[in-house]
Design a protein. Structure first.
Length: 375
């Protein structure tokens, strides 16, 4: 039997079989190449018609080389790095150094895009987003971490550290590195400790020299139970609140004061609403340069090493920047009209003793004593 076109049925079946085989090869290759924005399937069509296995093999080799070259010239992997403060803050200085080191060290294979000003959410949201892999990396104040990792709150005990050097030894040593390692189980990769700094009290009502001066003051605090208990012990009306909300509350006068390192008071122009600064240095606050564990696991071993080393170098740069600028920041605030007092801190330490009694049970007395023993 011969169809209308004059081609025998057997030959027609063979032709259809060859076309199916050709499609089976061309389809996945075309999809792969289309993904890279280029189609070379026409090459295979030409070679198929010649039915030369050697030529097909040669073409496939060219296609494979094309794919390798296309992959090697693909855009760099971008790391989204977020923080909640503005571009004048030491956090941003830290972020810029991290970006410089990662991009330079990877020769463009990795890029870092910085999102300041809480563009990707407040710190608690950033921690959640990193766990889900939505945000790649962040620089986080230590305080909010306690909500997910309670023992991290040991670093927030009042007057735990007396000098930056003591804090660095603890954080960069066995205790601090152990805390970072424990973050893996929570969906984060703890990379390094930068610096938020020693926290001081500001308010719009009156000078603070002794704990009794704090009675009745509504003080904004991080959402951190150790901080809340500490300020309650000092007699203040503790108001836990996200930083993004606190700025408006300070301007409107719905809260009286806040506590933060000098660089925050300067970078956010808090002297405009806060006329009194007490150098309480009641807590040393590290920041933590962190990465989503999901993002970390996607990096090659070489890139992981680079990111880790870059984070540590950026953290040390952050610390050096703070130490260099602290006296300048204090003078700037005085020049802006803030009234600065230096309270007798022995009275404050005595007032917060019950906080230690409460949290030593939670954190472990041995851990607290080990930190206090570092000089």
């Amino acid at each position: 039997m011969v169809p209308s076109g004059g081609v025998p049925v057997q030959n027609d079946r063979r032709q259809r079989s060859r076309e199916k085989q050709k499609l089976a090869i061309l389809t996945p290759l075309s999809i792969m190449l289309y993904h890279n924005g280029t189609s070379v399937s026409y090459i295979l069509h030409q070679e198929w018609e010649e039915r030369s296995m050697k030529k097909i093999a040669a073409v496939l080799s060219v296609v494979f080389l094309f794919l390798v070259l296309a992959a090697s010239s693909a855009p760099a992997s971008d790391i989204k790095l977020a923080h909640v403060v503005n571009e004048n803050d030491a956090f941003h200085v830290c972020a810029l150094k991290f970006k410089e080191l990662v991009e330079g060290g990877s020769k463009g294979e990795l890029t870092v895009t910085i999102y300041p000003n809480a563009k990707l959410g407040d710190e608690r949201n950033l921690l959640e987003s990193m766990r889900m892999g939505v945000v790649d990396s962040a620089i986080i104040t230590g305080g909010p971490i306690i909500n997910f990792m309670p023992k991290f709150g040991v670093f927030d005990l009042p007057f735990l550290f007396t000098t930056p050097e003591q804090a660095y030894k603890v954080l960069d040593g066995e205790i601090g590195r152990g805390m970072l390692a424990d973050m893996d189980a929570l969906g984060w990769k703890g990379l390094a400790y930068g610096e938020r700094g020693f926290r001081n009290l500001t308010n719009s009502k009156k000078p603070v020299n002794v704990p009794d001066d704090m009675k009745g003051l509504k003080i904004r605090l991080m959402q951190n139970p150790v901080y809340v208990d500490s300020f309650k012990a000092l007699g203040a009306n503790a108001v836990p609140m996200a930083w993004t909300e606190a700025l408006t509350a300070l301007q409107q006068g719905t809260i009286d004061g806040q506590e933060n390192p000098l660089n925050v008071i300067v970078s956010f122009n808090l002297f405009e609403s806060q006329k009194h600064l007490a150098l309480t240095r009641h807590a040393y606050a590290p920041n933590v340069i962190m990465m989503s564990k999901r993002t970390w696991d996607k990096l090659s071993p070489e890139h992981q090493k680079l990111v880790q080393e870059s984070a540590q170098a950026a953290a040390e740069h952050n610390r050096a920047y703070d130490n260099e600028k602290e006296a300048e920041w204090l003078q700037f605030l005085k020049d802006k009209g803030m009234e600065v007092t230096e309270p007798d801190l022995s009275l404050f330490r005595e007032a917060v003793r019950p906080v230690y009694e409460k949290y030593e049970e939670q954190f472990g007395k041995e851990l607290v004593e080990a930190i206090l023993a570092v000089k």
